[in-house]
Design a binder for this molecule. Structure first.
Ligand SMILES: C[S@@+](CC[C@H](N)C(=O)[O-])C[C@H]1O[C@@H](n2cnc3c(N)ncnc32)[C@H](O)[C@@H]1O
Length: 219
């Protein structure tokens, strides 16, 4: 009897040299709006926090936070992305470690970082099992906060994607997850929601939710 192949997702394997380079050409207006959302969440995170940015991609969140004074470690699974992140860290004369890591199986110890940010990956996860596994791993390694971006189904962008697929257009590989469901994964890992941020709620699908460990009283 043949074994079922493990469920995977395209975002895990698609960032080869060409795709990784292409991703760096994101529109600057979009980039700035996303970083403003990161700033709103990090207004609640002390500057003394050691931060893990996973997945770091080409390092734009890493750079953004390091330039604001955080000690940031960057991690990703894709070698071409890691190469770009290393180049960007060096070019900007920043002192950030850049490591190859699988978010589903981090090699860091429990509570190794004060805060973790995981930006633009969660919506690639196709199943509840992968989502819970990833959240468990982030919560194991974070002492205090996890900032997680996710796609909300309650948005014009999500509605357009669903409509396009229903009309026979390109099927989306992006999975929207209600905040209630995201909260459930974190509750199971001992974290609670601090605040949920969105560029324009109900318009933009991307949100950034900040969670904190229940019972952790140190800042
Ligand atoms: C859309 S990019 C986002 C990168 C970065 N956070 C940003 O916003 O620019 C998604 C990244 O997730 C990485 N990735 C996918 N699966 C991963 C996994 N299991 N562990 C670590 N990185 C992963 C990819 O290599 C890619 O760099």
């Amino acid at each position: 009897m043949s074994e079922e192949p493990p469920v995977t997702y395209r975002g895990r394997v698609k960032y080869d040299e060409r795709t990784a380079k292409k991703y760096q050409a994101r529109k600057s207006g979009k980039h700035r709006a996303e970083m403003r959302m990161v700033d709103r969440a990090f207004a609640l995170v002390p500057r003394s926090h050691r931060v893990l940015d996973v997945p770091c991609g080409g390092g734009r969140v890493t750079l953004h936070l390091a330039e604001r004074g955080y000690a940031v470690t960057a991690a990703d699974l894709s070698d071409p992305m890691l190469e770009i992140a290393r180049e960007n860290v060096a070019k900007n004369k920043l002192n950030c470690a850049v490591e190859k890591q699988d978010l589903e199986q981090l090699t860091f110890g429990d509570r190794a970082f004060d805060t973790i940010i995981s930006f633009r990956l969660f919506h690639h996860f196709p199943t509840r099992e992968i989502r819970q596994r990833a959240v468990n791993e982030l919560c194991r390694v974070a002492r205090k906060y996890v900032a997680l971006s996710y796609f909300s189904p309650l948005s014009v962008t999500s509605a357009k994607r669903i409509l396009r697929a229903a009309l026979g257009g390109r099927k989306t590989e992006k999975h929207a997850t209600p905040l209630r469901e995201v909260r459930g994964y974190f509750a199971a890992a001992g974290f609670r929601l601090v605040r949920d941020f969105a560029q324009l709620p109900l318009i933009h699908t991307m949100h950034l939710a900040l969670f904190e460990r229940i019972g952790e009283t140190r800042p």
